[in-house]
Design a binder for this molecule. Structure first.
Ligand code: PGA
Length: 254
């Protein structure tokens, strides 16, 4: 259905100016499939966004890792969607499990953030995912469906949303979901979109996987029909991120 492969690099709260520059040099020198085949978006911490944007090759783009839920103002420590737009930052990651769980961001708050960011013209990587307890109790699909519904309830269009399925038990643990586990949840998420938003949105929305993706496991995951790319944490700080970008070519050979 023409869903362009999407590879996001989530640098989280890592890096010095020198380290960030080094990563950008590695990315700039890499030979990767063209922009028609893969969309690459890296997400440095706020303080490095403009530096990375200014140095990064023009076929790669940048994302913020969060933004404020409404218009800016007296909200100490926050960064507004308007500011990101002002700096020509095209993307923002919203609802990452580290923010949901450590900073207590609720489904509703995440839905509000996604809707506000879209209303200001940002494109959004919206994250969902279950904890190990939730998986073991058999509620994975119910949990990710509720997280997705909270977003769907607030947004007018899915055109500028990439949905990232990131099981919490796989993030930063080295315990990647098996291709079958990822495919199963991606299939359910697409079905949810089909039944609750519409067939066209279900067919066109990219659903990417995140959680211990690396250069060695990406290709097999990418062969799954409902895996449209990746959100990469730890490995996005390393040269193997290039291998994850290259896994996009798996889809071309289908
Ligand atoms: P990881 O993180 O690749 O280090 O597991 C993924 C993410 O949190 O987006």
């Amino acid at each position: 259905m023409g869903r362009k492969f999407f590879v996001g690099g989530n640098w989280k709260c890592n890096g010095t100016t020198a380290e960030v520059k080094k990563i950008v040099i590695t990315l700039n020198e890499a030979e990767v499939p063209s922009e028609d085949v893969v969309e690459v978006v890296v997400s440095p911490p706020f303080v490095f966004l403009t530096l990375v944007k200014s140095l990064l090759r023009s076929d790669f783009h940048v994302a913020a890792q969060n933004c404020w839920v409404r218009k800016g103002g007296a909200f100490t420590g926050e960064v507004s969607a308007e500011m990101l737009v002002n700096l020509a930052i095209p993307w923002v990651i919203i609802g990452h499990s580290e923010r949901r769980l450590i900073l207590n961001e609720s489904n509703e708050f995440v839905g509000d953030k996604v809707a506000y960011a879209l209303s200001q013209g940002l494109k959004v990587v919206a994250c969902v995912g279950e904890t190990l307890e939730q998986r073991e109790s058999g509620s994975t699909v119910a949990v990710v469906s509720a997280q997705t519904k909270a977003i769907a309830d607030k947004v007018l269009s899915w055109e500028n949303i990439v949905l990232a399925y990131e099981p919490v038990w796989a993030i930063g643990t080295g315990k990647v979901a098996s291709p079958a586990q990822a495919q199963e949840v991606h299939f359910e998420l697409r079905k949810w979109l089909h039944d609750n938003v519409g067939a066209e949105v279900a067919a066109s929305t990219r659903i990417i996987y995140g959680g211990s993706v690396n250069g060695a496991n990406c290709t097999e995951l990418a062969t799954q029909p409902d895996v449209d790319g990746f959100l990469v944490g730890g490995a996005s700080l390393k040269p193997e991120f290039i291998d994850v970008i290259k896994s996009a070519t798996v889809k071309k050979n289908d």
